[in-house]
Design a protein around this ligand. Structure first.
Ligand SMILES: *Cc1c(COP(=O)(O)O)cnc(C)c1O
Length: 485
């Protein structure tokens, strides 16, 4: 496909109209039928955050000397968050563009800390791909750690979860060896919404003198306020001795503009390994706190403004509303025969599965989508996932009603598990040849970013994706048949 920049610019109104029309095929999150990706909040709040963002639309936090305003805002966001997480007088940190950047930084920082302490050993193994530093992750840790593993050559060692979907600490201890550079826990985990036993992990970290990172990307700006509403939670922040760093996304339950996360360390001894400095570049001396070069000022200004405007009172009140909605949802789901929650979720996200052979949970997901809900499926074990926002207060009743109906329908239509998405997801979860599947996923990416720029829309145009997957399965079958001959 050939496309050129319009030789002559179009009228503003036309461009804006096109811009708005393109949205027609997106998921409609304002209807409260989407349970991930967005955190809809009331329109006045949104207007305010946009205004704050636009105030610093052009400013660049790349150079804190030039934009002292942004430096001050970042500093204050760090201080306020350090206070929220009980970081005391020594906690320090930086802002980043999101949870993924924060976690990439975590892995880079602890790798470099480890290298600095093991200089000779590191020089010996440098270039040998067989010996990597290792990090121990709960099986439920966020996928961004896998990215970090690829990017920074730190091997992942997974520790299994217990029956409550929290990491099994004894299994973590068994995996500690001389190559271990980092232990990770989530507060809470994305797949199950459970907080790992951070206090016990902290004790391990101290015993073996290892860093412990707590990934509170999704929980950081709701857990403290849940606690302030006198709801009981396990400890997960800097109050736990042994916790050396915490990541938290202000663009999730902080309700700021996208592009804002925070990464805090217990003290500068850790943070210093995150920084990049260079004195020899042709372009001049260079220092950089995080991964990006140019850092959008708007995201920082909006995060600062949101914390100031919301205040603890609004966060506390919003957290309570979200938790009341979550309670009703989880109780409703538990009251449906054949469904159960996975583990005991601590915050506002959770997953549920089927405990009845008569209910295929993916078929239930298909029925829910037919009723207009946007449903997230997870494979281990097969389950459906939901993350609650204030907007769901108004739609949760309908969700439960539809879910009850969907379950009944699936019970009475056993054939559904062999049809549509249910069949595909069911199969994908069971297929043993992950390498081959990943190859096909890579092909999918190549198509999406090809000259034609195809979008194999996963949700809105399911046929396309189904056809893709069917052809993948046929390909795999052909290969297996080939080997068998
Ligand atoms: C969302 C999330 C991340 C990643 O954050 P992004 O902002 O999407 O990059 C990391 N960890 C957890 C637990 C999350 O929920």
């Amino acid at each position: 496909m050939k496309l050129e920049i319009p030789p002559k610019g179009l009228p503003k109104e036309d461009v804006l109209k096109m811009l708005r029309e393109m949205r027609d095929h997106d998921v409609d999150y304002n209807a409260g039928k989407v349970w991930s990706l967005v955190y809809p909040f009331h329109p006045e709040h949104l207007d305010f955050v946009k205004t704050a963002y636009n105030e610093y639309f052009s400013e660049n936090a790349l150079n804190p000397m030039a934009f002292k305003s942004l430096k001050k805002m970042e500093h204050e966001v760090v201080r306020m968050t350090a206070d929220l997480f009980h970081g005391g007088d020594f906690a320090v940190g930086t802002m980043s563009s999101g949870g993924t950047e924060s976690l990439l930084l975590v892995v880079k920082t602890y790798r470099d800390l480890w290298r600095s302490k093991n200089e000779t050993f590191w020089n010996k193994i440098k270039g040998s791909a067989s010996q990597f530093p290792e990090m121990i992750l709960p099986e439920s840790a966020h996928i961004a750690f896998n990215k970090a593993s690829y990017y920074f050559d730190v091997k992942i060692v997974y520790a299994p979860l217990d029956e409550n979907k929290r990491v099994n600490v004894a299994e973590v201890e068994k995996r500690i060896n001389k190559n271990t550079i980092l232990i990770v826990g989530s507060a809470p985990s994305y797949p199950f919404g459970t907080i790992d036993p951070i206090e016990e992990l902290g004790a391990l970290a101290l015993k073996y003198k290892l860093p412990l990172h707590v990934d509170a990307c999704v929980g950081g700006f709701i857990l403290p306020f849940i606690e302030k509403n006198n709801r009981k939670l396990p400890l997960w922040d800097f109050r736990v001795p042994g916790v050396t760093s915490i990541s938290a996304d202000i663009h999730k339950y902080g309700f700021a503009a996208k592009g804002a996360s925070i990464l805090l360390y217990r003290n500068m001894e850790y943070l210093r390994h995150q920084f990049f400095v260079n004195s020899e570049w042709t372009g001049g001396m260079f220092v950089s706190p995080a991964l990006l070069g140019t850092r959008p000022g708007g995201a920082i200004a909006a995060a600062w403004a949101t914390l100031m405007y919301m205040g603890q009172n609004s966060y506390i009140e919003t957290a309570e509303r979200i938790m009341q909605t979550t309670d009703k949802l989880t109780q409703g789901i538990k009251s449906i025969e054949g469904l159960a929650l996975l583990g005991t979720p601590h915050a506002s996200l959770f997953a549920y599965h089927s405990v009845s052979p008569q209910i295929d949970i993916y078929a239930v997901g298909d029925q829910m989508e037919k009723k207009g809900w946007h449903i997230d499926r997870q494979p281990k074990p097969p389950c459906l996932h939901a993350m609650v926002s204030p907007i769901h207060e108004t739609t949760m009743g309908q969700y439960l009603e539809d879910l009850r109906e969907a379950v009944e329908y699936v019970k009475n239509h056993q054939e559904l598990k062999n049809e549509g998405n249910a069949a595909m997801y069911g199969m994908m979860a069971k297929l043993p040849m992950r390498g081959m599947i990943e190859n096909e996923l890579l092909n999918l990416m190549e198509q999406m970013y090809s000259v034609e720029g195809q979008t194999p829309a996963l949700e809105s145009d399911r046929k396309d994706f189904k056809t893709q997957m069917a052809s993948l399965l046929i390909k795999i079958k052909d290969k297996v048949d080939g080997w068998m001959k």
